[in-house]
Design a protein around this ligand. Structure first.
Ligand SMILES: *[C@@H]1O[C@H](CO)[C@@H](O)[C@H](O)[C@H]1NC(C)=O
Ligand SMILES: *[C@@H]1O[C@H](CO)[C@@H](O)[C@H](O)[C@H]1NC(C)=O
Ligand SMILES: *[C@@H]1O[C@H](CO)[C@@H](O)[C@H](O)[C@H]1NC(C)=O
Length: 302
């Protein structure tokens, strides 16, 4: 009888125990757009493994330049209608509860903000072309009427100036009813040379720190200490809703910093999940993830 009662008590407790574990679970963010052989956006979201997708990249902007989107072999954004399937993909992702962001910047491009007014103009352009502003049927919306959930800053070139203004302008559009997310992908040396000032606004929703291509703050051959110490600096210094561990999805996806999946799930995630700001793992990129199967190996443990 007593054993039976104990069993019943455990059964009653089970949902609470599961919920506590679930609350600590994160999601996987993936960059999509820089390789035509990585499946469509809709296929990416249909895998069920990702919580957020960053559509990469708006690689020319600022200094009065007409901004330009590049989606590699997926479609030609300068040809009207060519990228409408990406718009359909955005809606397909959002129907599954997956948020889609436009990533601006990247490793190749021509971008820099020349003034506060330049930042304001870019924010107006982003609002009218990719977010909830402007006419949905406007021919100047390369992804059609789909409304993205926000903007990701992957600033790797040019100057650090005025991105704090850009973030404030973008966030201010949330006043029209739908939250505009702002996310960022700084490099792991702290503070980030290009995004450091913008991060000080404390307005970022998600920050996926790139723990790669930077040996002093990444995993290297069996040593997890530099990475874990850097994670602690980021999570204790940056005021954002969630911080993610940004990683290459395959050894060839970055110059250095690849973490074997068993090291990640067995040694690193248990440590970094202790942070209340832990949001999950960001992967560069969908193409490399397809080659390695990385997200499949880790998804149950993120
Ligand atoms: C910002 O946009 C306005 C209106 O289109 C334009 O007159 C101005 O030159 C732009 N400023 C910059 C810095 O490009
Ligand atoms: C980058 O943009 C600036 C400002 O528009 C321009 O002067 C420069 O020629 C561009 N550089 C390249 C490599 O396209
Ligand atoms: C877009 O929609 C508006 C309002 O519904 C309409 O007046 C306009 O003619 C449409 N423009 C195009 C290019 O379809």
């Amino acid at each position: 009888m007593a054993r039976k009662l104990l069993f019943v008590a455990q059964l009653l407790l089970l949902p609470f125990l599961l919920r506590t574990a679930a609350a600590r679970r994160g999601g996987i963010t993936v960059y999509w757009g820089q390789n035509g052989n990585e499946g469509t956006l809709a296929e990416t979201c249909a895998t069920g493994r990702f919580s957020y997708v960053n559509i990469a990249f708006l690689y020319i902007f600022g200094g009065g330049q007409t901004p330009r989107l590049n989606l590699a072999g997926h479609c030609d954004p300068s040809t009207s209608g060519s990228c409408s399937s990406v718009g359909d993909g955005i809606r397909a992702c959002q129907r599954r509860g997956i948020k889609a962001f436009l990533s601006i910047g990247g490793g190749v491009g021509n971008y820099s903000l020349s003034s506060r007014e330049d930042a304001r103009n870019l924010s107006v352009y982003l609002w009218q072309t990719f977010l909830g502003g402007g006419r949905r049927n406007s021919t100047s919306r390369p992804l059609g009427s789909a409304v993205l959930d926000g903007v990701d800053l992957d600033i790797e070139l040019g100057s650090s100036l005025y991105y704090d203004d850009l973030v404030r302008f973008l966030k201010s559009y949330s006043r029209y009813g739908r939250r505009v997310f702002v996310t960022g992908a700084p490099q792991c040396p702290f503070p980030d040379r290009l995004l450091g000032e913008a991060l000080k606004t404390s307005l970022f929703d998600f920050v996926w720190v790139q723990f790669y291509n930077n040996p002093p703050c990444q995993y290297s051959s069996g040593n997890i200490d530099d990475l874990v110490n850097s994670w602690r600096v980021w999570t204790s210094s940056v005021n954002a809703r969630r911080i993610f561990l940004g990683l290459p999805a395959a050894p060839e996806a970055a110059g250095s910093g690849f973490i074997p999946p068993d090291v990640l799930t067995g040694q690193i995630l248990p440590l970094i999940k202790r942070s209340p700001k832990y949001g999950g793992v960001m992967l560069w990129s969908k193409y490399w993830d397809d080659q390695s199967g990385y997200s499949t190996s880790i998804v149950g443990r993120v």
